[in-house]
Design a protein. Structure first.
Ligand SMILES: *Cc1c(COP(=O)(O)O)cnc(C)c1O
Length: 355
């Protein structure tokens, strides 16, 4: 039976990424060695890193004056590296979920954290708007896509630089990198396996802090050594490169956005139509194109477990909602083919007919 991978992260990868990784696990770039057992300073691996960086720049139209890094430690380490390097006295944070909250907790070690708005009052089921960002904040930190709650935000227009956690929607749509001092993303949602963290940082924003920054946590260390200050996660970076190539071959982020809008549209339409299900995000413009969260309607609440089993038996994997939201979450990242979304929609329709 075909498996449809709706896991939130680690999550679905393009077939070609997995094939190329499998190949390189045994014979990388004609070396006769595994990609796991060659030096990160070999010319073959340096070429992987260089091409991955170049493709990130090309796909996201990264302007001059920005550095692209592949680090380790996940997005969670970026929660502290961001303020360590960029927050002098005060930074503004938009509190849109648990990940945002965790990033605020780390920023608190470095100065004053101004929470400009929060959607915690409604289990983060909307994106706050019309908040005021203090003009003297060093940056506004946002989480562009809230993986757990199924909300996603448009690029805000504010007078301070942006710092963004894009772990779960990077490469899903075009963005204006020039608005940001820093963008970071754990690879394991939309790019590759866990173990690599993509960072795009504005060079000019660095070096302004008076505090000393430990070597490994200073972006300048990694810029200077081109992500090879210490051993990079070679296999994950290799995998990220394969996804980046796939992205380019498939029309880049503009084409991804178009398909993502279509895929999510089909699923949201069914959730809105089907009498048994409802979205957890009432405001339509706040609904994520990446993580579609939904629950049973009150009338059919008792059938939650039954639908889970029904859908699982049809090959739908990873659709259980996060424990803080309940219900279901279908993560439909770039690599998810429309057929899998259609299969889930068909299962929902079939289930409706059984009641
Ligand atoms: C998954 C996720 C994280 C955590 O990433 P790690 O790489 O596990 O540290 C942070 N932010 C968002 C938005 C996520 O989806």
């Amino acid at each position: 039976m075909k498996k449809h991978n709706f896991y939130a992260g680690p999550s679905i990868l393009p077939e070609i990424t997995k094939e190329k990784v499998a190949e390189a696990a045994m014979n990388f770039a004609g070396t006769g060695l595994s990609v796991m057992e060659v030096s990160h300073r070999s010319k073959e691996f340096v070429a992987v890193m260089d091409e991955a960086v170049a493709l990130v720049k090309e796909l996201l139209k990264v302007p001059e004056g920005y550095s692209v890094l592949f680090l380790q430690g996940g997005a969670s380490t970026q929660f502290l590296m961001a303020p360590y390097n960029l927050m002098d006295k005060k930074a503004a944070y938009l509190h849109t979920g648990v990940w945002a909250k965790k990033s605020m907790k780390e920023a608190n070690f470095f100065g004053e954290v101004v929470e400009v708005a929060s959607s915690a009052d409604a289990t983060y089921n909307y994106i706050p708007k019309n908040y005021v960002v203090p003009a003297d904040a060093d940056y506004l930190h946002i989480t562009t896509n809230n993986t757990i709650y199924g909300t996603q935000m448009a690029e805000p227009t504010v007078s301070v630089p942006l710092v963004a956690d894009m772990s779960s929607d990077i490469f899903s749509r075009p963005l204006d990198v020039a608005k940001y001092d820093l963008i970071y993303a754990g690879a394991q949602k939309n790019l590759g396996p866990s173990g690599a963290t993509l960072v795009i940082v504005k060079d000019e924003a660095l070096g302004k802090m008076e505090r000393p920054i430990p070597t490994m946590l200073d972006y300048r260390t990694h810029i200077k050594s081109e992500s090879m200050f210490n051993t990079p996660s070679t296999l994950p970076v290799f995998a990220c490169l394969q996804t980046l190539r796939w992205l380019k071959e498939n029309g880049g982020v503009e084409a991804m956005e178009k398909v993502n809008i279509e895929k999510a549209g089909v699923l949201y339409d069914e959730i809105d139509r089907n009498k048994m299900f409802q979205s957890t995000v009432p405001v339509k413009e706040d609904r994520s194109l990446m993580n579609v969260t939904f629950v049973m309607t009150p009338e059919f609440a008792e059938f939650e477990k039954e639908f889970f089993e029904f859908a699982s038996a049809k090959g739908m994997l990873g659709i259980k909602g996060h424990r803080s939201v309940g219900g279901f979450r279908a993560s439909i990242y770039n690599a998810m083919p429309p057929e899998s979304v259609n299969a889930l929609v068909a299962a929902m329709q079939e289930f409706e007919l059984t009641k």
